[in-house]
Design a protein around this ligand. Structure first.
Ligand SMILES: Cc1cc2nc3c(=O)[nH]c(=O)nc-3n(C[C@H](O)[C@H](O)[C@H](O)COP(=O)(O)OP(=O)(O)OC[C@H]3O[C@@H](n4cnc5c(N)ncnc54)[C@H](O)[C@@H]3O)c2cc1C
Length: 282
């Protein structure tokens, strides 16, 4: 196996052009599992970890932030990133263990594109934009167009995911998941809720209950009509329950080795109810 260790995005793209079959690796927390179980035997690897451009984040003039594909979860859990995108901090905190969070990244979560990936419901809820770069072009794709199915995305083989742009919303936001135990667990069902008070909008995205992350647009618009999202401080129990019920109707869960479809449908209704109650508690 050959391993290229580029120091810049441009060097990485050159390495990818000369080896179109090469596999990119960032933190390796997904990829090394595949290699260790003999599911993957790459001949050429391009290790992105030393590329500083991928490991930084910036605030943009329009108020959004752009997080490099190689920024580890650990950095999202605290500090200014936590203040700006609290739901991402909550999601990051649920990923694996401290060791996994020190290595694992949003770029890797997007590269793998599992519907159970904890970063993805947050990106769907806030309408994030994925940055892709090849030697020829740079392009930006809405997260809704990027994720195509279970472990399928719109990245071309000659492209590197360089970053994700996230609008900073003005309102409560949070992430929650259920798994077969409390820690070190892949989601059986997950949900991210984000309120934007100036636009009186609520967004809810579900993970692990469909082939892609699911935005529950019907439940979102129903709640907007029932409830003033910008001035209210408390949501009645009946309304929160009905919101949960409507969210569950939009999920498309299946039975698999982790759970049943029935349990997942019930779980997302409870998660949605809890999130909206946390957003409007009193
Ligand atoms: C013990 C354990 C626990 C885990 N727990 C969780 C969990 O709770 N929640 C969760 O969501 N995940 C979990 N994971 C999975 C993993 O940590 C995450 O998916 C993480 O985000 C992967 O990031 P990475 O940088 O390590 O990706 P890598 O393993 O380096 O790469 C993953 C895939 O993305 C591609 N890729 C990486 N970077 C780029 C890039 N810049 N451009 C294009 N393609 C790229 C790679 O080619 C590969 O196909 C766990 C893994 C382990 C081993």
């Amino acid at each position: 196996m050959t391993v290229a260790i580029p120091l810049t995005i441009s060097e990485a793209l050159d390495a990818l052009s000369s080896n179109p079959d090469a596999r990119l690796i960032q933190g390796g927390t997904d990829m090394m599992v595949e290699i260790n179980f003999n599911h993957l035997k790459p001949h050429n690897i391009i290790a992105l970890r030393r590329i500083k451009e991928l490991r930084t984040w910036t605030k943009n003039t329009d108020g959004s932030i752009t997080i490099g594909a190689g920024v580890p979860y650990q950095e999202m859990e605290t500090g200014e990133l936590k203040q700006l995108v609290p739901a991402l901090a909550e999601a990051a905190r649920t990923v694996g263990s401290p060791q996994i969070r020190a290595a694992g990244t949003l770029g890797g979560n997007l590269g793998t594109c599992s519907p159970a990936g904890d970063g993805l419901p947050v990106l769907f809820a806030v309408d994030a934009v994925v940055h892709l770069q090849s030697n020829e072009v740079s392009r930006q794709l809405s997260i809704h167009d990027f994720m195509l199915g279970v472990k399928r995305n719109a990245r071309n083989a000659n492209e590197i995911i360089t970053a994700v742009t996230i609008p900073v919303l003005n309102g409560w936001q949070g992430y929650t998941k259920v798994g077969v135990r409390n820690a070190m667990v892949i989601s059986v069902a997950s949900a991210c809720l984000a309120v934007d008070k100036p636009t009186k909008s609520v967004r809810i995205a579900l993970g692990a209950v469909g082939p892609t992350i699911i935005r529950c647009r019907d439940a979102e618009s129903w709640l907007t009509q029932q409830f003033d999202l910008s001035t209210s401080t408390k949501i009645e129990l009946d309304l929160a329950k009905e919101f949960g019920r409507r969210v569950a109707l939009e999920s498309k869960p299946i039975d698999d080795h982790r759970s049943t479809a029935e349990y997942r449908r019930h779980a997302v209704s409870v998660l949605a109810q809890r999130l909206i109650t946390r957003a409007y508690p009193s």
